[in-house]
Ligand binder design. Sequence first.
Ligand code: GLU
Length: 332
Amino acid sequence: MAAASHKNITAAEVRAAVNNAYEEVRNASGGTNASYIPYLAQVDPNLFGITVCLLDGTLISVGDSAHTFGIESVSKVPTAILAMREYGAVDILEKVGADATGLPFNSIMALLLEKDRPSSPLVNAGAIAACSLVEPVGDADAKWKAITSNIRELTGTEPEVIQELYQSESGCDYNNRSIAWLLKSYGRIYDDPDLSLDLYTRQCSLGTTTEQLAIMGATIANDGFNPVTNTQVFDPDLAPKVTSMITTVGFYERTGDWLYRSGIPAKSGVGGGVLGVMPGMFGIAAFSPPLDEAGNSVKAQLAIRHIMHELGLNIFAASRLCVCQCTPTRER
Ligand code: GLU
């Protein structure tokens, strides 16, 4: 039996795959903008961008890669990292959990079924719990600074709230309010519920670009070392932990289908962004507002799948035990 052949992917091959994905997917139809948050309903549905960030810091972008859009649930990833940086991976497993729910992102049922733990920081309940954990407990301004500083370290850019989105989302967050207070009744929220919910809503309203998200993905793929700013942002041991969370619940109730078809752990947001992590190889992000019924961007999914297939990559394939030519050697 032949041994699995190891893959060497060049930057030129990645660039070609990104351009081909863009051309193939740009005219795809299907999906609608999220409408339960009024701001998102009126975003131009034709916006479409893709970025890959290689582990030597090279950015490969096409389309509206510099357009700022609402980060939404992709913000759950950096705050999960922040909570783990502050408390350690073991404590976060105990306090929040790391399980898939198999249910929609804002499911109250998931919380009821789990009895107490919110399951994962990458669903709404767990993300609100993660915001409640951020230090220093009780100080909303200082907590917010910690959340945004962490994102700046992961992306290299200071994130800014899209005020219109924040107002829009704060005016219709009744479901999340219920989750926050249910967590309180279970003793699974670690700060004031309203304060924690507001931080969560604010972080979902941050503006981002595919370039920034791809850098964040590359930092996770690179064991916590940001290849653009050349800084070690978090303990390398946390990288597989957060990637495991992205793997199990990144697409909510469609996570299994996504992994089966794409071969890459990725986290979606109802703003139309998707952040993918290919450990040891690259971070990838795509953005297009129209979503499928589960709240995942239709074109972003197609584009990332195309790139993975064209490059012949799959996180579960033996051939991924590669030395990517794009991977720099570095000292830690
Ligand atoms: N802010 C959104 C909510 O809580 C995020 C949902 C998502 O992006 O999946 O409803």
